[in-house]
Design a binder for this molecule. Sequence first.
Ligand SMILES: [Zn+2]
Length: 207
Amino acid sequence: MASKRISIKQQHMKVNTMKVNATFETSSIDSTAVEEKLFGQVEEDEDSDDGPVVFICAKCKLPVGDSMSWDGSEDGQNQIRLKRVTDNVLVGKENRLCEVSKSSLCLILDVFCRGCHSVLGMVYASTPKNLDHKRSAFCFNVADIDSYVLGSASQTLAAEGPKEQPVTLEYRGIVEQQLTEMKMLVLSMAQRLEEIEAGLQEGCDDV
Ligand SMILES: [Zn+2]
């Protein structure tokens, strides 16, 4: 019986460690996790513990939007679509023709970053009827944006960090001064002790 119980417990532990590993894998921000998010496996990811994602300009890191306004992704074009974006995103004024796929020509406007003026993606100004849904969203090139997963910050201060004082010459001088003072104090106390002991000895001798 006992051995059976142990083996069940071991199995239980195995399952637990597997769970822990899985959590580590999903919560660590490696590029694959971000890529999965960007390349549209979002249905699967929605149930995971990953926090919302903030999308930022790859060049100057200004926030351009977040996953709360996620509208989907275009695998073929390496683009993600967001329904709402921040004021850091500027829409250009010049239409240009773009062949999205064979036999679907669209009019598009470039989308810029307000901070560094890089082109981040585009919006559709005019589309064939079958692509109408795309006109209501901002399309970002995956290559031109970065992302930050909320809660993924990992830097902390070391336990003794903020109070630790750098050893400057001045600080060293103070420490040396204090050491000298303590040495003097110890010496004078030893001397005083000697005198007291001598006095006691004399007192004993007198009796
Ligand atoms: Zn920028």
